[in-house]
Design a protein around this ligand. Structure first.
Ligand SMILES: NC(=O)c1ccc[n+]([C@@H]2O[C@H](COP(=O)([O-])OP(=O)(O)OC[C@H]3O[C@@H](n4cnc5c(N)ncnc54)[C@H](OP(=O)(O)O)[C@@H]3O)[C@@H](O)[C@H]2O)c1
Length: 288
């Protein structure tokens, strides 16, 4: 049996993996752990967990993900996104476990106007991005057998995310302002989950750093517009500038990721974000 630990198992990506893992349960032993059950900042608990569970893979979905709060909570964000990842990397290396780690488009400053390649210079502009970049360094330093996937604008039917916030707001508001001058790509967390499971099922070993998002490009305004069109909402949507919606953390204006490397390495066809949005909305409706 292949043993797979999913840290941060109650988060959005963790829950998407949980849904998809059900079909694979006869061949794979998935162990989903919440932050309370397995805290990645606690090295001694991690060490004993790894020693007693003969893990083949660890999918690290655990992270401090509140981008604005991270500006005021720097120590905690660093502790999870850097020290926690260092702990996991050391445990994986020490036990021959493949580490599949998730990072972010926020490692870039957004000054480019071309989709970012893996080899492009990083320059995070907020604490969350800096901590995630240092987390990548920990994986690279301590765990040879790793996959790092930088992804962007994750959403799904689970946990809190932009799609679900828009759906909620459309029920209680007549109009909504959404920024149009931050450009990136929404990514359905189940599409990323499918790639991760494909790698495990096919025992792929082309380790390294990869970019993964859905295909296409959008502003947050475009994303909201598509959500409201798909759900036939009558809410009035107004585009605004980032300067009209100040947030605690600054965000890159452009963070589209180039996916050539991931497509070539794993032979995946990535759906356009508009197609994946329809799937996500259907799955959301099934749950509600
Ligand atoms: N969401 C996005 O838009 C986005 C974009 C790009 C990249 N990413 C990356 O994608 C990954 C998955 O994100 P997500 O959207 O699934 O985030 P999420 O829903 O916030 O899930 C993160 C999970 O990590 C857990 N966690 C926090 N501290 C922990 C600790 N010390 N030990 C163990 N678990 C801990 C959290 O548990 P508690 O809730 O109990 O604290 C939460 O369940 C993250 O690495 C994130 O940085 C996300």
């Amino acid at each position: 049996m292949t043993n797979i630990l999913v840290t941060g198992g109650n988060g959005q990506l963790g829950n998407c993996l949980k849904d998809l893992s059900e079909e694979l349960s006869s061949q794979y032993n998935f162990i989903f752990k919440s932050s309370e059950e397995l805290d990645i900042t606690d090295f001694s608990s991690l060490t004993s967990f790894f020693e007693s569970n003969n893990l083949n893979y660890c999918i690290n979905c655990a992270a401090y993900t509140n981008v604005d709060q991270a500006e005021d909570d720097k120590a905690l964000a660093t502790s999870v996104n850097v020290n926690g990842v260092e702990n996991l990397s050391k445990c994986c290396a020490g036990n021959g476990t493949v580490l599949i780690h998730i990072s972010t488009d926020f490692v870039f400053d957004g000054e480019s106007s071309n989709p970012y390649l893996e080899k492009d210079e990083t320059n995070p502009i907020n604490h969350y991005g800096s901590s995630k970049l240092l987390g990548e360094d920990m994986v690279l330093s301590y765990c040879e057998k790793h996959f790092i996937f930088r992804t962007s604008w994750l959403y799904s039917e689970h946990n809190n995310n932009f799609m679900k916030t828009m759906l909620k707001l459309s029920k209680i508001k007549d109009s909504l302002n959404v920024v149009w001058d931050q450009i990136g790509t929404p990514t359905y967390a189940k599409d990323l989950s499918k790639l991760i499971l494909k790698i495990i099922q096919n025992k792929m070993d082309n380790f390294g750093l990869y970019h993964f998002s859905n295909e296409g490009v959008a502003s947050w305004y475009d994303f909201a517009y598509a959500i409201f069109v798909e759900t036939e909402s009558e809410i009035k949507l107004l585009p605004i500038n980032t300067s009209e919606y100040p947030t605690r953390a600054v965000r890159p204006h452009f963070s589209v990721l180039d996916k050539s490397k991931v497509k070539q390495a794993f032979g995946v066809e990535i759906p356009h974000w508009r197609l994946s949005l329809k799937v996500a909305l259907k799955n959301f409706q099934k749950l509600n």
